[in-house]
Write a protein that binds this ligand. Structure first.
Ligand code: PXL
Length: 281
């Protein structure tokens, strides 16, 4: 018997607006990886720019779901966490890690809590402190620059950045505990935008041409593509390059279509390019 590689994806499900599980599930599955989902909350839409959205917190379901999967002896090659629905979920997810961590599997924490210099409205400053503790348990973290500033307790820097600043942030993030970091939203000039990877002190930058505008859900598209590449055997910096290319391609298609930026990016149309980059087709 040879099972597929398997991910446990722990994010909310926002019915409309293409982020969290509605992008993680299709992207990781398309990359040939089985995706088990643990929804942290169910919303009618994500919280970025919509009003009147519904919000059902699933905190109470996390421990029973963890216990059921444990009873089935399910194994995961990676655990991928994103948007958590409450402060209590930080502890519950830590317990999930303790239950399913093995010597070989990968814990990827995207500390989803802030962007553009601001904490998402539904989170308190204490949540950022709790998220720092969760990041300490991860093998890889994928913060944007706002989340990075919150994790290291510094003021947000809107950029453009310098290599010295990015290096300093990466070193401070690595002191929290994760071995590897992929920092998103890095730019040294107005033309290029991308990510910086950090692995055992080595830093690599990957950039694509910037497409103006704030496109919602791109962090989740990026994280899902990054994990897909890692589980298909690519190194951290090549995986980050694949994820930057895929995210930029999806943004480009969305910009060409001219759709509402809150409605998410057209990642579906970029999946063939991702599969080529992953050498799956
Ligand atoms: O993409 C991040 C994200 C995920 N889930 C929900 C969100 C956001 C960002 O706003 O609101 C519910």
């Amino acid at each position: 018997m040879k099972r597929l590689k398997r991910v446990a994806a722990i994010h909310d499900i926002s019915g409309f607006g293409k982020c969290s599980l509605t992008v993680a599930l299709p992207i990781i599955s398309a990359a040939g990886i089985e995706t088990t989902v643990l929804p942290t909350a169910v919303l009618s839409t994500h919280t970025g720019g919509f009003t009147g959205f519904t919000y059902r917190d699933l905190t109470e379901d996390i421990a029973p779901i963890t216990a059921h999967w444990k009873s089935l002896a399910i194994q995961f090659d990676a655990i991928y966490t994103g948007f958590l629905g409450s402060f209590e979920q930080l502890d519950l997810v830590t317990k999930f890690f303790e239950t399913f961590k093995t010597r070989d599997n990968l814990i990827l924490v995207d500390p989803v809590m802030a962007d553009n210099g601001e904490l998402y409205k539904i989170f308190s400053p204490e949540f950022a402190v709790g998220m720092r503790a969760l990041c300490a348990k991860a093998d890889i973290i994928v913060p944007n620059l706002t989340e990075a500033a919150l994790l290291i307790g510094e003021d947000y820097n809107p950029g453009p950045y310098t290599p010295e600043y990015i290096e300093d942030v990466l070193k401070k993030l690595s002191a929290i505990g994760p071995q590897k970091i992929v920092l998103t939203g890095v730019f040294f000039n107005e033309e290029d935008l991308g990510a910086a990877t950090y692995d055992a002190g080595e830093i690599v930058y990957v950039f694509e041409k910037r497409i103006p505008g704030y496109y919602h859900g791109t962090g989740d598209v990026f994280g899902s593509a990054l994990l897909s590449a890692l589980l298909n055997g690519f190194s951290l910096d090549v995986s980050a390059a694949v994820a930057v290319r895929f995210t930029t391609s999806a943004i480009r298609k969305t910009a060409e279509a001219g759709t509402d930026l809150r409605f998410g990016v057209h990642f579906e149309q970029s999946l063939p390019e991702l599969l080529k980059d992953l050498k799956l087709v």
